[in-house]
Design a protein around this ligand. Structure first.
Ligand code: ATP
Length: 270
C-alpha cells in the first residue's frame, strides 16, 4: 500500500497553551477516500491545517508521499496538497471568481496560456465556468464552496483535503460536492474529508480515522463505522443503517453501504 500521508506522534499547542493534538499517529493510503471523524473540538481542523504546512507541529512530524514537511520543501508540498477551508469566505478574496481561481497558478509563475487553461479546467470541473465573472459575495454558499474547490484544483494537487465540505449545504448541494469528490478520486487523487456526518461517511469513504480530544481512537477500513459502541463512546452518532441492522445482528450482518443493505435484505426476503 502506497501512503499519501504519514503522521507520526504529532502534538500541537495553540499559542494560548491549549493542546489541540496529543501524540497523533496514523496513515492515509494513496488514492483513498478518507474521512477524518470527530465531535466538535476533537482536533479535525487543527490536524488538516498541518497537512500542507499551514501549521507546524509542536512535536512529531507529517510526511507527504514519504517526505517530511519542512521549511525547504513547503512550496513543493503546497503544490501537492490542496486544502479547502470549512468557510469559503476565508478562502475567496478576489473581485471575481475567475481572478480568485487564477491567483494560485499566477503565484506559480506559470505562463498566461497555462494559467488560463488551469482556471478554465478547474471552474468547469465544479460547474462554475458560467459564473466566472461574478464577485464571490454574490454567490450562494454551495457556489462559494465549489469556487473554493476550483481554487485548489487549479494548483493540480495530488491530495485534496476538505474541512467539512458538506456543512450547511442542502441535499442537492451535498450531492454536487460528493460528485466532485468522486470524480477527483476516480482521476487518481487522494481525497481527505473531515465530517461528523457518519451516514455520508458510510456511503462515501473507504478509509476512516476517528479523533477524540486530540488523539486517534480508531483507524482503518470502514467497518469502523459499524462499531456503534466505539462511535458513541467518542461523541459520534452511528450511521442509521448500522442502528437499523444491529437489531438483527447474527441473522443479517451489518452492511457498510446502502447497496450492501439492499443485497442483504433481498437475500433475506426472497
Ligand atoms: N486559535 C485557537 N486557539 C486556541 N485553541 C484553539 C484554537 N482553535 C481551536 N482551538 C482548540 O483546539 C481544539 C481542537 O479544535 P479544532 O477546531 O481543531 O476541532 P474540530 O474537530 O475541527 O472541531 P469542529 O468540528 O467544531 O470544527 C479545541 O479544543 C479548540 O477549542
Amino acid at each position: 500500500m502506497n501512503l499519501a500521508v504519514e503522521i507520526e506522534n504529532l502534538t500541537f499547542f495553540y499559542p494560548d497553551g491549549n493542546k489541540a493534538l496529543d501524540g497523533v499517529s496514523f496513515v492515509i493510503p494513496e488514492r483513498s477516500k478518507t474521512v477524518i471523524l470527530g465531535h466538535n473540538g476533537a482536533g479535525k481542523s487543527t490536524l488538516l491545517l498541518h497537512l500542507n504546512g499551514l501549521y507546524t507541529a509542536s512535536k512529531g512530524r507529517v510526511k507527504i508521499f514519504g517526505k517530511v514537511i519542512n521549511e525547504e520543501n513547503i512550496r513543493e508540498i503546497r503544490k501537492k496538497v490542496g486544502l479547502v477551508f470549512q468557510d469559503p469566505d476565508d478562502q475567496l478574496f478576489a473581485s471575481t471568481i475567475f481572478d480568485d481561481v487564477a491567483f494560485g497558478p499566477q503565484n506559480l509563475e506559470l505562463d498566461k496560456k497555462e494559467i488560463l487553461r488551469r482556471v478554465e479546467e478547474a471552474l468547469k470541473a465544479v460547474d462554475m465556468w458560467d459564473l466566472r465573472e461574478r464577485p464571490p459575495h454574490h454567490l450562494s454558499l454551495g457556489q462559494k464552496k465549489r469556487a473554493a474547490i476550483a481554487g485548489v484544483l487549479a494548483m493540480e494537487p495530488d491530495i485534496v483535503v476538505l474541512d467539512e465540505p458538506m456543512a450547511y449545504l442542502d441535499p442537492r448541494g451535498q450531492e454536487e460536492i460528493t460528485a466532485i469528490l468522486n470524480r477527483l478520486n476516480n482521476e487518481g487523487k487522494t481525497v481527505i474529508v473531515s465530517t461528523h456526518d457518519l451516514d455520508w461517511a458510510l456511503e462515501w469513504a473507504d478509509y476512516v480515522v476517528v479523533l477524540n480530544a486530540g488523539r486517534v481512537v480508531a483507524e482503518g477500513d470502514k467497518s469502523i463505522l459499524t462499531n456503534r459502541q466505539l462511535l458513541e463512546q467518542n461523541g459520534l452518532k452511528a450511521p442509521l443503517l448500522v442502528k437499523l441492522f444491529e437489531d438483527f445482528e447474527g441473522k443479517l450482518g451489518i452492511p457498510t453501504s446502502l447497496k450492501e443493505a439492499r443485497q442483504i435484505l433481498r437475500k433475506f426476503i426472497f
